[in-house]
Ligand binder design. Structure first.
Ligand code: ADP
Ligand code: ZN
Length: 709
């Protein structure tokens, strides 16, 4: 999710904030407290004088002078002007402060001391230190009550007898902030944990999956910062959806004109093709809030929750209109009702019904636009597609080669890519990739270039990134024996030779013997540009190329030693052959449709094939398929047998380099000689000067971009 989410702060959060502030405030107060009092020692003296209004008080004053500083009390006792004892109970750093300073006693104290020799606090303190602190432990009850009286006059705590010993031993240093903090720590931690817990529960209910309020709106509201310039390709879809921008900007004008604007748009297409991106960009262009939710989030454990969430979502969006509601994976709730394994699903149906109700109830031109996305438009409940609901359907398909280049260009912006790389070539090498996968390729390559510290993204890194996106990270460390490796190399070389040598054969784009995922090696046999329509000879050549791997194994190792590595090839070849016979009418059985590829949404593909033939015809189909396959196999076998030198060459190169690409295979076939060493070293030797030039170029370009924007 990009963009900022705007949410009203929850009650829990506010409580959390207030309590945290209170704790911090209290800690600071505690920290400052002793210091404040030390600075304002005379405050207590002044209080005392102010309050000591009666003669008795005054009388006592002559006898006892004390400062109260929290628990630190200094008592100077004098009887008839003669000093009996100076006792000081204070923490050392208070005493030290007085000892070192030359601050004069306040006149009030000085008068009451009736000892002209003592004029400063430090003198008073040293005198007090000389006399034993224990001397006033034996204070009479009468004196204690008097002390208490004055203490209370001064606004201090009571001075009880039982309190005394602890006072006299209170010479301990006053706690530092850290000690205060430590003593409060358990309390603070417990409180924080408790508050955090409450906050979590509360936030849950804000988001929707909450403990207290399971039906709350789950959608994420974002302010989209995407624009159409962030979407490459998809021109038609972009144009179609762009019609709504103006509507979202001023719905009232459309209302005034009486124009009926669709309430829902359905974006259909494979995952990662930019459906979400397109919807976000529309919100960004129209500058309206974007409510994002995945339909699978509607449906929860409890029946009725989904419906409630739908209701809440629409309510929130209405309050915020004009706005876009984006429902991803619409098929999660939008499948045809009453179907699916195990019968209907009450909760899902209720949710779907609620969605239909909300869409029907949407006031015309309220400025609300619902965009649904799915990669299974075929399974959607027809009720969803009726007028007034998702009645506009836009297909967002996989990008073609030109679009792939544009997408790559978009994502490569600002990345340092070696000038040896042309994005057009990468686009050619990535047929069938979605926008998300292409973005991923660039991203993986960037990560690799950072890890390998190459300054710029190199060709090898792009190759590796493509492979990763196709089949997960390379498992270079998987243990395979040299014998296995050679066999895989022969197998892959077999594919390449057949692809290369057969007329109208599909050129192998790249072969590798680095194991990936479950398959030993893999080769990309893809046409240079995608074909939507293939001829019979092309299809046969493809099947032969699939057979090339197995044929090479048989030629080199004999019939008994062929491996299981061809399973995938056989599967693909069989599928193609079957389609040729049953769907495309390319066999002696004639142009009759025997099967309909109708992959079931609920059962896996191929479980339900609409077969319309008798068992006799079924047998004939099998014979036709077998014939196609065996003829293709023979063709592959012969082709390889006639090009054994090339097979060996490709195998050797593969063993050496592990991965070779189309251009290299082509070169091998032309020269029938090993690749020159130079091509290898050329790639590896990165000349510092070149890198510097490229970096400078990128930087100046980036600057230009910056200035232009
Ligand atoms: P979908 O919703 O169709 O599954 P997304 O919109 O989530 O796909 O696409 C995922 C990511 O793939 C996007 O965020 C973007 O980076 C990238 N992407 C996909 N299609 C395009 C495109 N046409 N142009 C640019 N980037 C794309
Ligand atoms: Zn193979």
């Amino acid at each position: 999710m990009q963009g900022k989410t705007k949410k009203k702060p929850s009650v829990g959060f506010i409580i959390f904030l207030v309590i945290t502030l209170a704790i911090v405030g209290y800690a600071i107060y505690q920290f400052l407290q002793p210091q404040l009092k030390i600075l304002n020692l005379s405050y207590f003296e002044n209080r005392l004088i102010e309050n000591a209004k009666t003669p008795i008080d005054n009388n006592f004053f002559y006898k006892v002078v004390f400062d109260i500083n929290d628990y630190r009390i200094r008592v100077v006792e004098s009887v008839d002007g003669e000093i009996d004892a100076y006792a000081i109970v204070a923490n050392p750093h208070v005493i030290a402060k007085f000892q070192t300073g030359s601050a004069l006693l306040s006149p009030a104290i000085k008068n009451q001391l009736e000892n002209p020799n003592i004029t400063t606090y430090s003198e008073l303190v040293s005198l007090a230190i000389k006399t034993s602190p224990s001397s006033y432990l034996g204070l009479s009850l009468e004196k204690i009550s008097l002390l208490n009286r004055y203490l209370s006059l001064a606004g201090a705590e009571r001075f009880s007898k039982s309190f005394l010993p602890s006072i006299s031993s209170a010479d301990r240093p006053s706690p530092t902030f850290f000690q205060y903090f430590l003593s409060y720590l358990p309390t603070i931690v417990t409180l924080l944990v408790f508050i955090w817990f409450i906050y979590r529960i509360n936030r849950g209910s804000q988001g929707g999956a909450g403990f207290f309020n399971p039906g709350k709106n789950q959608a994420i509201r974002i302010k989209s910062d995407k624009k159409y310039s962030d979407v490459a390709g998809n021109v038609e879809a972009k144009e179609e959806i762009a019609e709504f921008i103006d509507y979202l900007k001023n719905p009232t004008r459309y209302a005034a004109a009486g124009a009926k604007i669709p309430r829902g748009i359905l974006l259909g297409g494979p995952p990662g093709t930019g459906k979400t991106l397109l919807a976000k960009a529309t919100a960004g262009e129209a500058n309206v809030p974007f409510f994002f939710i995945s339909a699978s989030n509607f449906v929860e454990l409890y029946v009725g929750v989904g419906a409630k969430r739908v209701r809440e979502l629409f309510k929130d969006a209405r309050n915020d209109s004009p706005a876009i509601i984006f429902i991803d994976e619409l098929d999660a709730i939008g499948r045809s009702r009453g179907s699916g394994i195990g019968g209907g699903n009450d909760e899902r149906e209720q949710t779907l019904n609620q969605l239909l109700v909300e869409m029907d109830g949407m006031v015309e031109n309220s400025g609300l636009l619902v965009i649904g996305a799915t990669n299974r438009t075929d399974v959607l409940d027809p009720a969803l597609l009726r007028p007034g609901r998702f009645d506009r359907s836009i297909i967002v398909g996989l990008p073609d080669v030109k679009e792939r280049e544009e997408i790559l260009k978009l994502h490569a912006k600002g990345k340092r890519i070696s000038k040896n790389i042309t994005l057009a070539n990468i686009a050619k090498r990535t047929p069938g990739f979605s926008g998300a996968q292409l973005a991923n390729v660039i991203n993986e390559a960037t990560l690799l270039s950072v890890r390998e510290q190459t300054q710029v993204i190199t060709n090898e890194q792009i190759d590796e990134a493509i492979d990763r996106v196709i089949g997960g990270p390379a498992k270079k460390n998987r243990v395979i024996t040299e014998k296995e490796r050679i066999m895989v190399a022969y197998h892959e070389a077999g594919h390449a030779v057949v692809g290369l040598k057969l007329k109208s054969g599909v050129k192998v784009q790249k072969i590798t013997i680095v194991p990936r995922g479950s398959s030993g090696g893999y080769n990309l046999m893809l046409p240079e540009e995608e074909k939507y329509n293939s001829t019979k000879s092309e299809l046969l050549a493809s099947i032969a190329a699939f057979m090339g791997g197995r044929a090479a194994e048989e030629i080199k190792y004999g019939k008994a030693e062929i491996s299981s590595g061809a399973a995938n090839d056989i599967e693909k070849a069989t599928k193609l052959a079957r389609k040729m016979v049953t769907e495309w009418g390319m066999s002696t059985l004639g142009p009759i449709q025997y099967e309909q590829d109708q992959s079931s949404p609920f059962l896996g593909r191929d479980y339900i094939k609409n077969a319309s033939f008798s068992s006799k015809v079924g047998h004939e189909i099998d014979i036709e398929i077998r014939q196609i396959i065996s003829e293709s196999y023979q063709k592959a076998f012969n082709t390889i047998n006639n090009n054994l030198l090339l097979l060996e060459l490709i195998k050797d190169t593969l063993l050496e380099k592990e991965t070779i690409v189309y251009e290299e295979i082509q070169k091998l076939a032309e020269t029938l000689a090993p690749l020159p060493e130079a091509t290898k070293t050329e790639n590896e030797a990165i000349k510092p000067k070149e890198i510097l030039d490229e970096i400078l170029k990128f930087e100046s370009e980036a600057e230009k971009d910056f200035e232009n924007s």
